[in-house]
Design a protein around this ligand. Sequence first.
Ligand code: FAD
Length: 384
Amino acid sequence: MTPPIAILGAGPSGLTLGRLLELANIPYIIFERDISAASTFTAGGTLDIHADSGQLALQEAGLIDQFKELAREDAPFALADAKGKIHTIFGEDGRTDRPEIDRKDLRALLLSSVPADRVRWGLRAQNVKRDTDGSMSVHFTNGSVELGFSLVVGADGVWSRARPLVTSAKPEYSGMYYLATSIKPDNPYFSSVVSLVGQGNYMALGDGKMVIAMKLGVGSYYIAVGLPLPEKWSTENAALLKDSAALRESLLHDHFVDWPLVHTDLIRNSDGDFYAWPLYSMPSESLSWKTVPGIALIGDAAHLTTPFSGEGVNCAMYDSLQLAQQIIKHGLDDLSGAVSEYERLMFLRAIDVIEKSAKSGKLMLAPDAPQGWLREFAGMDITE
Ligand SMILES: Cc1cc2nc3c(=O)[nH]c(=O)nc-3n(C[C@H](O)[C@H](O)[C@H](O)COP(=O)(O)OP(=O)(O)OC[C@H]3O[C@@H](n4cnc5c(N)ncnc54)[C@H](O)[C@@H]3O)c2cc1C
């Protein structure tokens, strides 16, 4: 039998919703474009999961203890300027209330909490339609169609195929890319990264650019640079992107030539392929649509934001919690009522997160960074 609820995407938001519906005995099915759980995307860095949002969702999902076993609570975050002066280290004196978890570990935890037959792999949604009987259907790029859903939940991230049913708004390019690579434990430079970054994160800001290093659960370091680049840079530079040695040289000579060795050595000694991540955000004004029966959006599909506030995954998992709570409260006979109430709560949170992230990004990329950011976001009295 067709379950009443289809979820597009087995990312943090889709899987959290699946788990919460599972606990409430509400039937659902998740369609994911990845071929299998083994093809989980590993290029991402770590995610810090906040006590008042992401952790609350994991608590309600009955997964908080397993999460704490996987996450790193002793992960300090050093913030430096372009010259290498460290201005502050958050969480230096003890445990942070924002434990870090690798993207792939979070997905594995959530996946292990739903029955395997609730996730159908290798199905990339093309679009979602309302059929003449009022039910919803999902059409896939391989030509197959799944019919008869009462509610389709778009949890399919930045280029959501469910989003066009509720808004014509599209993600807007922020002007920034993250180019991410790694430094692995067998790299001769590894011990220098350990001295600089330790178990946590290091971020240097200045000249409208960023250098980031993060300790991953597998022991290696995620290394990324944030750069202003044209939106189509990755397609126009596909050959360069595949040639890590040439890209490293280009970064060092074209973008970080004035930066000190403490930062350029992270780029020079990196040892992995590069992954290019253009950063987009939904316009905050778009978060105001009228409830459309049969459709709900959660996570980045609803309110994609730049990563400068570290709220994206937290807001996404909290969406799942609030939508699940409303579905349980309203029941399957009033899914529109559930979605409408969820959207009212989500819009307020999401607008705040998008605006906060835009402001944070502006200060992180300002000429005097990180001072302005520390003043505004950490309440620090910076005089120099
Ligand atoms: C560089 C970068 C750094 C970030 N750092 C942080 C951070 O430090 N802290 C933080 O809180 N957030 C961070 N974020 C944001 C965070 O990653 C997202 O907010 C979060 O992953 C959103 O979860 P989601 O489940 O809504 O979407 P996603 O994680 O994008 O998951 C969507 C899922 O849907 C699948 N999918 C996509 N299209 C289709 C389709 N057509 N059909 C079927 N399946 C589909 C995808 O394969 C994926 O599994 C960062 C984002 C970026 C880009």
